[in-house]
Design a protein around this ligand. Structure first.
Ligand code: BDR
Ligand code: CA
Length: 343
C-alpha cells in the first residue's frame, strides 16, 4: 500500500504540561513530520520554555519504540508584543513551579547504566541556540509554503514577530492551528480571556488577521477534551512518568472544577491538524480585545446570523465549535502506545 504523505509541521509552544502531551502526540503520529519546535514566554518564562522544550523532546525521543529524527528546539520571544508581564500565578498552580510538574527535577545527567527513569534526557541532541524562533517560522514557511502546518499552542508572540518579519510567508502556509481563545465560553485566565490570548492580545490580533488560513481551537472545544486520571493508572515506566507530569494539573482540576482529569487543550490542536474532521467549525471574523479594560484578551467571534458570508475585505477564521471528544481520546491514547513503557 502507498505510504500516506506526511505533513511537515512546526509546533510553537510554552511547555507546559499539556504542551508536553501535545508534543508526545505529534511525535507518535506517523501523519506528521515534526520539523521544528519553537518556544515562547507563557506558562513559564522564555528561557525555561526553551529548556523544557529540549527536555521534553529528548525524553520522548528516548522512549519512542521506533526512533525517528527529532525536531530541533529553538528559543523565542521573552516578552509580549504589547509589553507588560505575563501573570504566572495561574500557570504555577496548574503546571507546577517549573512548568512540567517537576518531572525532571529528581533526574541525573545521562550516564551509562543508569535506568531511564532516573536519567535526565540529553538535551544537547535537540538544542539549537543560534537562531531565533520567529526566524525559523519565517524560513520554514518560505521554504515549504502550502505544505507546512503550524500548530501554535502558546501565546502568539513568536508568530506575530514572524508576521512582522514577513507577512506573506505566513499567509502562504497550508494551515495554522491555534489553541487559544473562546467563542461562547468564559475565559480561564480572566472571566473573558483564554490564557494564551490573555498573555499577548496584540500578538493574537495580528496573527488572527494576517491573512493565513487559521483554525481556532478554543475553550469551546478543548474544555470537552478531558483525559480521566484513571487512563494513566498502571502501565510501565513511561506511563508512570506521565502520571508524575500531570499531577499538579489534576490537583488543580479537582480543586477548581471538581474534575479528576487533565484537559487536553494543546493535544486537541495537534489532533485537529492531523484529522480536521474531529472538530466542526464555523468560518467567522475573529477580533481580539486589546484595550486595558476587563475584556482585555477576549476573542470576539462574530456569531450573528449571516456573519459567515464571504466578504472579501474581512478575514475569516475557522472557529471550532464542536468536537468528537470520544474519537479524540481514543486517538490520543492509542498513539501513546508508540512509547516504550506505556504498557
Ligand atoms: C492554554 O493555556 C496553557 O496553560 C495551556 O498550555 C494551553 O495552551 C489553555 O488555555
Ligand atoms: Ca500551551
Amino acid at each position: 500500500m502507498a505510504k500516506k504523505k506526511q505533513i511537515p509541521t512546526l509546533i510553537d509552544c510554552d511547555p507546559g504540561i499539556d504542551d508536553a502531551l501535545a508534543i508526545a502526540l505529534a511525535l507518535a503520529s506517523p501523519e506528521l513530520d515534526l520539523r521544528a519546535i519553537t518556544t515562547v514566554n507563557g506558562n513559564v518564562p522564555a528561557r525555561w520554555a526553551y529548556r523544557n522544550g529540549c527536555r521534553v523532546v529528548s525524553f520522548l525521543g528516548m522512549h519512542l519504540r521506533s526512533p525517528r529524527p527529532l525536531p530541533a528546539v529553538y528559543p523565542g520571544a521573552g516578552r509580549p508584543l504589547g509589553g507588560g508581564r505575563v501573570d504566572r500565578k495561574i500557570s504555577v498552580s496548574i503546571h507546577g513551579e517549573d512548568g512540567l510538574g517537576d518531572l525532571f527535577r529528581k533526574r541525573k545527567p545521562p550516564a551509562p547504566g543508569l535506568p531511564n527513569k532516573n536519567r535526565l534526557p540529553d538535551e544537547s541532541r535537540v538544542a539549537s541556540q543560534g537562531i531565533e524562533s520567529s526566524q525559523v517560522i519565517v524560513s520554514l514557511s518560505r521554504s515549504l509554503g502550502s505544505a507546512l502546518s503550524i500548530i501554535a499552542i502558546g501565546p502568539l508572540t513568536n508568530l506575530a514577530l514572524a508576521v512582522r518579519r514577513d507577512r506573506m510567508a505566513l499567509a502562504g502556509v497550508g494551515r495554522i492551528v491555534v489553541m487559544g481563545g473562546a467563542a461562547q465560553m468564559p475565559g480561564n485566565a480572566s472571566s473573558t480571556a483564554e490564557f494564551n490570548v490573555h498573555c499577548d492580545p496584540e500578538a493574537a490580533e495580528l496573527v488572527m488577521n494576517c491573512g493565513a488560513p487559521i483554525t481556532m481551537i478554543g475553550l469551546d472545544v478543548t474544555r470537552r477534551a478531558v483525559l480521566p486520571s484513571r487512563s494513566l493508572r498502571g502501565g510501565g515506566e513511561f506511563r508512570g512518568a506521565l502520571r508524575d507530569l500531570v499531577r499538579p494539573y489534576i490537583g488543580f482540576s479537582k480543586r477548581r472544577r471538581g474534575v479528576d482529569g487533565v484537559t487536553l487543550h494543546d493535544p486537541l490542536a495537534v489532533a485537529a491538524a492531523m484529522e480536521p474532521g474531529l472538530v466542526g467549525c464555523l468560518r467567522r471574523k475573529v477580533s481580539v480585545e486589546c484595550g486595558n479594560g476587563p475584556a482585555r484578551g477576549m476573542t470576539v467571534v462574530d456569531l450573528r446570523p449571516g456573519a459567515g458570508a464571504p466578504v472579501s475585505h474581512t478575514r475569516r477564521v475557522e472557529v471550532a465549535m464542536e468536537v468528537d471528544e470520544k474519537r479524540f481520546l481514543r486517538l490520543f491514547l492509542s498513539r501513546l502506545r508508540a512509547y516504550r513503557g506505556w504498557s
